[in-house]
Design a protein around this ligand. Structure first.
Ligand code: SF4
Ligand code: SF4
Length: 84
C-alpha cells in the first residue's frame, strides 16, 4: 500500500530527501507522494522512512492504494530496473 501525505503537512521538507525512491515532491500546497513510486520502502528499509522522520505524523497508508508485500517488491524491482 502506498503512503500519502495529509493536509496536516507543515511543508518542513524533512521527508523528501529520505525517500529512497524519490517518490516525494513539493506539491502546490503540501508535499506529495507519487503512489507509482512508493513501495512503503520495501526493498530498501524495514520501515517507511518518511513516516519515521515526519514531525507531525501526517503520512498514513493510503487505503486507495492497497498492495501486498509481493506487489510492493515487484514495484521496487520495476523502479530499480528503470533506473539502471
Ligand atoms: S514509504 Fe518509503 S518509498 Fe514510500 S514515500 Fe515514504 S520514504 Fe518514499
Ligand atoms: S515530513 Fe511531514 S510535515 Fe514535513 S514535508 Fe514531509 S509530510 Fe510534510
Amino acid at each position: 500500500m502506498a503512503l500519502y501525505i495529509t493536509d496536516e503537512c507543515i511543508n518542513c521538507d524533512v521527508c523528501e530527501p529520505e525517500c529512497p525512491n524519490n517518490a516525494i515532491s513539493e506539491g502546490d500546497e503540501i508535499y506529495e507522494i507519487d503512489p507509482a513510486l512508493c513501495t512503503e520502502c520495501v526493498g530498501h528499509y524495514d520501515e517507511p522512512q518518511c513516516q519515521q522522520v515526519c514531525p507531525v505524523d501526517c503520512i498514513p497508508k493510503d487505503p486507495g492504494h492497497v498492495e501486498s508485500e509481493a506487489q510492493l517488491m515487484d514495484k521496487y524491482e520495476r523502479i530499480m530496473a528503470a533506473q539502471a
